[in-house]
Design a protein. Structure first.
Length: 111
């Protein structure tokens, strides 16, 4: 694995946000949800997430998730994804969301 210095890490804008709205994303090529995430001072941002294997919409509402906020927006079918919701492969190709164990203010930056 290539190493980076701490300045490179600081360039990634990783913030916590709360999922406030979830919809099925029927036009996505792979099963996905459309998510609206409250990221505090930068507002509500949209994301497409292929997490239907492990999560139902009611599981996601109110969940705080870690997002990359400084990638350029990406058009996915008819939806503009503005942030990347992060997660881990569970070893079987299903994504487990990156989240926290205690609530923090929306928009808090990973330090």
């Amino acid at each position: 694995m290539q190493t980076i210095d701490f300045c490179d890490f600081l360039r990634i804008d990783l913030k916590i946000g709360t999922i406030i709205q979830v919809e099925n994303f029927d036009k996505a090529r792979k099963p996905a949800y459309k998510l609206w995430i409250d990221l505090g001072d930068i507002g509500i941002k949209k994301s497409s997430a292929q997490i239907k294997d492990l999560y139902r919409p009611e599981d996601l509402l109110g969940k705080q998730v870690l997002c990359v906020c400084n990638f350029p927006p990406k058009q996915i079918a008819d939806f503009m994804s503005e942030v990347l919701v992060t997660g881990f492969d569970d070893g079987n190709g299903k994504i487990v969301l990156s989240s926290i164990d205690k609530p923090v203010p929306n928009g808090s930056k990973l330090i």
